[in-house]
Design a protein around this ligand. Sequence first.
Ligand code: F6P
Length: 265
Amino acid sequence: MFLERQFIEKPWGRDDLPPEFGALGGQRIGEIWYNGVGQTPLPLLVKWLFTSEKLSIQVHPSDADAQQRGLPSGKEECWYIVEAEPGAVLGIGTKRALSDEELRAASLSGEIEELLDWKTVCTGDYFYIPAGTIHAIGAGITLVEVQQPADITYRLYDYGRPREMHLEDGVAVAIPAPYADARSGHVSGNLKLAKGPHFWLHHIVDDAGKGIVRDGGPYWLVPVSGHATFDGKSIVRGDCVMVEMLEQLHVEQNSSLLIAGIATS
Ligand SMILES: O=P(O)(O)OC[C@H]1O[C@](O)(CO)[C@@H](O)[C@@H]1O
């Protein structure tokens, strides 16, 4: 099933998306969400993000934090960098551990921007972002994000943009400490990128890569570059296809395709 695109406007988005993502009528699009028929939400949310400015410095709740607030689930996410302008950065974790009071004060003053640990990124970098991690995606980046299907972001700092802030919830759920998650790195071949309690993400570059996928379907196929077919039909960058089996998937040599699925163990 080819999933339906939902275009989300964001102040940090772009009005010049590559043509394969569809006509946008001059809107400033930050995200494309991939939903089921009639825009039905699915148990995993795949997004493309396109940035021209920094996103808010933010944090997401864990399942337990979300449930305490009457929300069905928290939000963990994983990023794969598709393109990054030279010098483009992501902020993940803080340079040192902070107390709640320090985090609150730094968020109010903007000092949080200097306390965040910014890293230069390039095509092929990936990061699993556990709930509670303070983070911000920088400008000039195109990435694929796979996440729990919960639209809950607590903004700690937004560079003065006139958007809603969530300081108290953000401070309550944040774990303000250096990022040290082993589910991060740089990939160019067939590799299991990350597995969390809710979902997993693999990167494959040819048909042999299908062999590393041990978990059952459904599978979300996200072509990034090169050429792939499913059941004889071309699937190209801009598509996201949900399938039950991988037998009919063919990935040409030196392509780049992400496969995501729901964690069952
Ligand atoms: O608050 P902002 O800056 O719009 O950022 C929200 C976005 O950030 C992300 O959590 C990525 O970090 C997206 O999933 C989410 O839609």
